[in-house]
Design a protein around this ligand. Structure first.
Ligand SMILES: [Zn+2]
Length: 308
């Protein structure tokens, strides 16, 4: 249909309504969805091109897409502080916070990514006794209520998890710790049944991307999903989630790939990376992007990936 035909048709229809007083049309005013920009894996570090691109992505989400209620930062805001010394970590956070201040006036809710944690992988003179060691630095800098927390908007309750735990044997594991698990269970029980829940984690709770990250199978043909690429406590979480049919959405980042799964009534969206392949173009098939999410009052949701 041409645009002109559409205009004349819709004009014709409304004329019928107006000239027929017996047909009282009750127009249901649909409540607009909650609109959220989910920017994840920004990985900022000093550099003209990277800084310009981060500004462009933030500007795009803030200005070019109208009617956004808030922004969720999915974590890995900075290049890396797991192995960086104090000075380099400070430079990265200063850059990130000044960029946020300059480009974003909407409320931003932050989630901790593995690369936002300070010092875990420093080999010599590990700053374990420093006050800002581990997750303290990121929580303080981004003025987070806690390393995990929640908030509500209309009929939706958003739960932000801290999904990176230190593996004493080396590296890190995607999961929530005991303390956080107790909190999560209490939190889920408190949400009224008629409201809906979206869970945000940096590492995906469930994702096929996690198995596609290395772009190949094991030698024997198995597809491997590493415990630092997807929540290793998925089965435990699934058992809990099965008790709450009002959990509708889980969003994540970390993998720099994008997928959308519908499993047991929950939509799992893994939302790529603002940095693409660590600021070297696309990662596999996925160009730098962020997600626009819509949360409807009936518990449904939609995701659109935005190249910026
Ligand atoms: Zn990550």
């Amino acid at each position: 249909m041409k645009r002109r035909d559409f205009i004349s048709n819709s004009a014709g229809r409304s004329a019928v309504v107006l000239t027929n007083p017996s047909a009282i049309v009750t127009t249901q005013i649909k409540k607009p969805p909650i609109r959220v920009a989910h920017l994840t894996d920004i990985h900022i570090k000093p550099g003209k091109d990277i800084e310009a691109s981060v500004a462009k992505a933030m500007h795009h989400a803030q200005i070019l897409v109208p009617e956004i209620d808030f922004i969720i930062n999915g974590g890995d805001s900075i290049w890396d502080s797991l192995e960086a010394d104090k000075e380099k970590t400070q430079i990265q956070w200063d850059l990130f916070t000044s960029m946020l201040k300059k480009e974003i006036s909407l409320p931003v809710y932050h989630c901790i990514g593995n690369h936002d944690i300070w010092g875990w992988f420093i080999k010599e003179n590990k700053p374990e006794n420093e006050r800002q060691y581990g997750k303290v630095w990121v929580v303080e800098t981004l003025q987070m209520k806690n390393r995990y927390f929640s908030f509500s908007k209309d009929k939706w309750h958003f739960i932000i998890l801290d999904s990176t735990q230190l593996n004493p044997a080396g590296g890190y594991i995607g999961k929530i710790d005991e303390e956080q698990l107790v909190w999560l269970q209490t939190e889920l029980a408190l949400v009224p049944k008629e409201n809906f829940i979206c869970i945000v984690s940096h590492i995906p709770i469930l994702s096929i991307c996690a198995g596609l990250f290395f772009d190949k199978t094991e030698a024997n043909g198995d597809l491997k999903i590493q415990r630092n690429l997807m929540h290793s406590d998925f089965f435990a979480l699934k058992k809990i989630f099965n008790n709450y049919p009002n959990i509708k959405v889980c969003i994540s980042g970390h993998i720099h790939l994008q997928d959308e799964l519908n499993y047991l009534g929950i939509r799992y969206y893994c939302n790529g990376a603002v940095s693409g392949n660590w600021w070297k173009g696309s990662f596999q098939e996925f160009a730098p992007a962020y997600a626009m999410l819509e949360f409807y009052p009936d518990g449904t949701s939609k995701r659109y990936m935005q190249n910026y």
